[in-house]
Unconditional design. Structure first.
Ligand SMILES: *Cc1c(COP(=O)(O)O)cnc(C)c1O
Length: 432
């Protein structure tokens, strides 16, 4: 019935998540409120792991792309599941380490890691640093040498694949700020350079072609290009790399019309493409790393809001105004992302109204969704927006000095706060 399997409707007609009544949660904790279902997060991690086990006999690692949703408890869950994590900043790296995440299972990305961040990565002993450009390669080599350590790295490769996704979240094509371009030969030059550098151990290659991709074909095509590239590196440098990180980008279901592939389907196609090309080029199959972010946490999360007013503009539209907005979910304002919403305390009624859900910020563009179907509602009703587990909390802000909502985690029918709501004092904690 809903875009996420975690959601259902109880006998009171209330929306439930992980079996817990969302109206109860809104009353207990207040709104806006992020709610996440732990079973859904663990289930997705396990499904990805299983997809590697079943399709790729050479082994691999599921590394959660933590920028989708980074806080201490998430790293603890991912650690417990035996997975790795991808971090893209000193802040994510710090949180992971504070959560007790094993550093050797961390993959450190980013197209500008500062020297402080590179130092943190070396000092913590991060498993793999994914080098994005030539300047970073030089800097890292010098820093590793000064510390008398070896930096284990991948190079981020831009394979030139157009993944048919929104241009803002498309990163594999040549016109990208990320990585070394394959087509121009820049990538091969970088591999030669890295292979010869002191205090650098080139372990493998990385690519990430974009996000919210529903089609397995671009991944399969990218896998072919990357194995071809590994073979070329072997032929030109004599170095046989043993690891390939294929990034993330697997799609999540936001609206009913999104057709999501089972997790296993991506690996089946990626593994198939890799094996075929590897056999053709007599290249030994590498260890594979995948980095799903959105598809681990997206459908695990919802956001609960209270309706403040309903503004009918005859012949134009109806605004349902809620007590959150672009501060807790900037994705519609940024890229017109689609969402499905439901009136949580009337979830058994037909969604027969067409409305625009608007936030409370002083911006006309502060919308959660336009022209979406919703049950009839009024001030005091609870609106649940689904699939907000990814890139909502992690992209939130204090615009208008609005404190960030709490995150409540549901597990085995019980609820616990994993991130406290910010207070006004938190909002001004650094003001002197
Ligand atoms: C963002 C990102 C991911 C995860 O992307 P999703 O679309 O959330 O799966 C994986 N790897 C890298 C390097 C990324 O930048």
């Amino acid at each position: 019935m809903f875009v996420s399997d975690s959601l259902s409707v109880n006998e009171k007609g209330h929306l439930t998540i992980g079996g817990v009544d969302t109206v109860y949660l809104a009353e207990k904790y207040g709104t806006p409120l992020y709610v996440m279902d732990e079973a859904s997060i663990r289930g997705a991690l396990r499904d990805y792991k299983k997809s590697i086990d079943e399709n790729y006999e050479n082994g691999g690692m599921v590394a959660f792309a933590s920028k989708a949703c980074a806080f201490k408890a998430i790293y603890e869950i991912v650690k417990e599941e035996g997975c790795g994590a991808d971090v893209v900043s000193g802040g994510e790296l710090y949180t992971a380490i504070q959560a007790g995440f094993p550093p050797e299972r961390l993959y450190f990305h980013g197209n500008f890691k500062t020297e402080d961040e590179l130092a943190m990565a070396l000092d913590y002993g991060v498993g793999r640093i994914i080098v994005d450009n030539g300047e970073e390669l030089e800097a890292l080599s010098a820093m590793a040498k000064a510390r008398n350590v070896t930096a284990n790295i991948y190079l981020r490769i831009t394979p030139g694949v157009d993944a048919h996704t929104h241009s803002f979240i498309m990163t594999g094509q040549n016109d990208s700020k990320f990585g070394f371009t394959l087509e121009t030969g820049e990538a091969l030059q970088a591999a030669k350079k890295a292979a010869a550098m002191p205090n650098i151990a080139l372990k493998g290659m990385h690519c990430h072609i974009g996000s919210q991709i529903f089609d397995e074909a671009p991944f399969a095509h990218t896998a072919e290009l990357m194995i071809g590239f590994l073979a070329q590196v072997r032929d030109e440098t004599g170095l046989t790399l043993t690891e390939l990180n294929m990034g993330g980008g697997f799609g999540s279901r936001y609206v009913e019309s999104d057709v999501v592939l089972p997790y296993g389907e991506y690996m089946r196609r990626i593994a198939g493409a890799m094996k075929e090309v590897a056999a053709k080029l007599s290249f030994p199959l590498p260890y594979i790393v995948i980095e799903p972010g959105r598809s681990i946490v997206g459908n695990a999360g919802i956001t609960l809001y209270t309706v403040g007013s309903v503004k009918h503009i005859p012949g134009i539209r109806t605004f349902v105004i809620v007590d959150g907005g672009m501060t807790d979910n900037p994705r519609y304002a940024l890229y017109q992302s689609k969402y499905t919403a439901v009136v949580a305390n009337k979830a058994n009624l037909p969604a027969d109204q067409v409305v625009t859900i608007a936030g409370r910020c002083c911006e006309s563009g502060d919308l959660i969704q336009e022209h979406t179907k919703l049950q009839p509602c009024q001030r005091g009703d609870i609106v649940a927006v689904m699939t907000t587990g990814a890139y909502n909390y992690s992209m939130s802000s204090n615009y208008n000095r609005i404190p960030r909502p709490a995150i409540v985690m549901i597990k085995d029918g019980t609820d616990r706060v994993v991130v406290k709501a910010e207070t006004y004092a938190d909002v001004m904690r650094n003001d002197l």
